[in-house]
Every structure is written in C-alpha cells, then in structure tokens.
Design a protein around this ligand. Structure first.
Ligand code: SF4
Length: 426
C-alpha cells in the first residue's frame, strides 16, 4: 500500500522513529518514490511497521500483533502471550463497578504550548513563533485564583521539551534567568506552593536529570503512555517514541515519584497494543509501586483530528481491560469532559480526574469541564459517594514518598495546609 510508513531506525544511540512519506513496503524492500526516481531501501537494518489498517476510531481493531514497539516492549518487560490473551478476553461483564468516585479540584496552568512533537490528534501545541509561555506573574495570578476557589492542585501542562525551533521561547526563558523549561518549571512549582496549591506537572518525556530537577517540588507527576505501538498519529518528522515514555515512567518509579499515566484509545493502535500498553504500566507498577492512577482516554475529533468518534463499546472494553490489568489500589480514571462517563461506570471507573472551577481544559478547549454539580450527578447515577482527593493519592502521604517540601506543605498549620488536611480527612 502506497503511503507513509513509520520505520524504526536502530543506531548506536538507540532507536528512533522516522516517517518515510510516499513509500510502499514490498517484501524486504521499502520503496520510496521521489519525483521521477525510485529509491529502494533494503528493509534491514530498518524495521518497518505496517501502515495501520485497523479502525483508528477503535471499533473492531484486530486482536493481532502490530509488530514494532509493542512486540519489543512486551519482550523487554517479560509480558507473556498468555497474559496478553487473558486480558484480550476481558469484557465489561468481567469487572465490577467501583464503590466510590473520586476527583481533585485543580487549576489548569498551561505553562507553555511549545512542543517538539506534532501528534496529529493534538490541538494543544502551537508551532514556533505562535507558542505561548506563561510569565511568573501570570502563573501567580492563575494559581492564586485557584487557591481562592478552594482548589488543591496546580496542574502544569506542557508540550514536550521545546526544541531548537522555538528560539523565542528559549530567548524568553534566558531573559528570565532559566536555561531550560525544567528550570522554569521549578520556579513555577515554587510559586504554586507559595500560593497554597500542590503542583502536579506533566512535562512530557523526561530524562532522569530533568525529573530530579523538579521531583521534590511536585506532589505527583505524570505522562500519558498513550500506546506502546508505533502509530502514524505520532508520525511526522518528529515522532515521539513509546520507549521514551516508558522510560519516563520507569525513572519516576526509581525516583519514588507518585505517578499518573494512561492510554489513549483510537489513534491507530490495535486491541493487542492496548493490552500490551496496560500490562506494561502494570509491570512497571509491580516493580516500583508508584502508579497512582491510569487514565483511559478516548481520542476526540477536533480541528486536527477528523476521524469518527471512538464507539462507546470500544471505550467500555478498554476501561474494563484497564481495571482487570491493574491492582485495585491503582485508580482507573476517565475524563468526564471527553468520555460518556455514565456509560462507563459499570466498567470499573473509580476516578473522574481533576476538575477546575476556574480554568478551561486547555488541552481540549472545545470540551468544557462539567461543573462539580455534574460530577455529583454522575456519582448519583452510579449510586456511590463522590469524594475529593489531593493530586497525590492518600496512600502515598506519610509513607516516605513525598519530599520534605511537599510533606511540610500538606501538614502546615496555615490556610493551605488546613485545606489539604480537610481533603485528606473527608
Ligand atoms: S500530544 Fe503531547 S507530545 Fe503530542 S503534540 Fe500534543 S503536546 Fe506534543
């Protein structure tokens, strides 16, 4: 089939994805058409992942192996065939509804919309020249508003490390005395703590050095795994890699950072990829105990993603698989502004994520957060209590998971400390 093919390039520095446009895979060859010429690349040492032919929106994506990263990852994490097949057999009938639903009250702080990647379903990132960077004053104003409204969490969102194309962002950071976005994130987290909110940062992929730079000023952190597969939705000249995201999750475990991750459903992955993704998260949690919650998020149509919505039956099965793959202590979260949560309640959902009484959901601005009253209504439909939580789950508080800076903030005898403690004691 002629089209774009994502190839894995194995080099001395590891492996990376690259999209070869206008090409066709035939036998051991990847044939590239360029103007009047044909180029033949021997399909070694390239490992070619086939163009996706399953339903990107999720419907009846095949249970087959997609090859590429999912296969390599299941091997490296010792995920067995029987585990995968067992999880593929799970249906909503095999899991139970949760006995309560939790949520966190947050303020959304889109620190920068610069991103080195160009995922085709994402409306969050802005190209170089258009990307924003919040100033310290804007951050302070935003988090102060959140604290005044009774929030407990400052949710710092990013693209992924702005690369050299974002000259303006780097110049602005330098003007403010920062050599990197992580150095600036540290200052942003300090502002949030000063104003009475607990930071939860999602800066995309992170190296160990980057995470170490900010771990002690975060109550928890996160990155969406999305999928272990190489999908064309991550393609383009700068494709993010599942190995890097898994490495970020592993580094968080090694550094003892309570962590949030999740899968994105409907970006071209197969059912088998979904199973491997969930089992990979479960395996890293087995090793480190640091995964506090796993989102199951269906991709939604927007100005950059014109595919059909993910069928609700697909999301139901994916949520049930997450519940079955993870220990009971790890929450399964569904974002109520993006998913038909009332139709998922019997599939094991026990958390509704962060809801903001004061800011929009900047990652999905077309989909407004429901009011807290809406969450209560969802809990009423489920017939369970709705409980507020902190951005760090209670089981990590007082168990040597938190840095002294965060532990002191939570137990401080001041207005913010009393707000955190009242949430812990509710
Ligand atoms: S999904 Fe994340 S990594 Fe991909 S373009 Fe958007 S902000 Fe960047």
């Amino acid at each position: 089939m002629r089209g774009s093919h994502v190839v894995r390039l194995f080099t001395a520095n590891g492996c990376q994805s690259e999209t070869i446009p206008n090409s066709v895979e035939t036998g051991p060859w990847l044939v590239l058409f360029r103007e009047d010429s044909l180029f033949y690349y021997r399909n070694e040492p390239l490992r070619v992942t086939s163009p996706r032919t399953d339903d990107g929106a999720g419907g009846r994506a095949a249970d087959r192996d997609s090859g590429g990263s999912s296969a390599a990852i299941s091997e490296s994490l010792s995920i067995s065939e029987s585990e995968i097949n067992q999880l593929l057999d799970v249906t909503p009938d095999d899991v139970g509804a949760a006995s309560e639903l939790s949520f966190a009250r947050n303020v959304f702080v889109p620190l920068t919309t610069a991103c080195r990647y160009t995922c085709t379903y994402c409306t969050y990132y802005d190209p170089p020249g258009q990307a924003s960077l919040m100033s310290p004053d804007e951050i302070r104003e935003s988090v102060r508003m959140g604290a005044d409204a009774g929030c407990t969490e400052a949710l710092f969102t990013f693209g992924d490390d702005p690369d050299e194309r974002y000259a303006q962002i780097h110049e602005q950071l330098a003007e403010w005395g920062h050599e990197s976005i992580h150095s600036y994130l540290r200052e942003a987290c300090e502002i949030a703590l000063d104003e009475g909110l607990l930071p939860h940062s999602n800066p995309g992929d992170q190296t160990r050095a980057q995470m170490e730079q900010v771990a002690d000023v975060n109550a928890s952190m996160g990155v969406m795994l999305e999928t272990t597969a190489d999908v064309q939705a991550h393609g383009g000249p700068r494709a993010k890699s599942p190995e890097q995201r898994l490495n970020t999750i592993r580094v968080a475990g090694e550094l003892g950072v309570p962590f949030t991750t999740g899968i994105l459903v409907g970006i071209g992955e197969t059912w088998r990829d979904r199973a491997v993704s969930l089992l990979a998260i479960a395996r890293l949690h087995e090793r480190h105990g640091h995964i506090q919650e796993v989102l199951v998020q269906n991709v939604v149509p927007n100005e950059r993603w014109r595919e059909d919505p993910v069928p609700v039956e697909t999301t139901r099965r994916a949520v049930a698989m997450a519940r079955a793959a993870l220990p009971e202590t790890v929450s399964v979260q569904v974002p109520p502004n993006l998913s038909p949560v009332r139709e998922l309640l019997d599939c094991g959902v026990d958390d509704l994520g962060g809801v903001s009484p004061v800011t929009d959901d900047y990652i999905n601005p077309d989909y407004a957060w429901p009011a807290l009253a809406e969450l209560r209504d969802i809990a009423d439909v489920a017939g369970v209590p709705l409980t507020e939580r902190l951005p760090v789950y209670e089981r990590y508080v007082g168990e040597n998971w938190l840095s002294p800076r965060i532990d002191d903030a939570i137990h401080a005898d001041n207005e913010a400390g009393r707000r955190y403690q009242s949430v812990l004691n509710n």
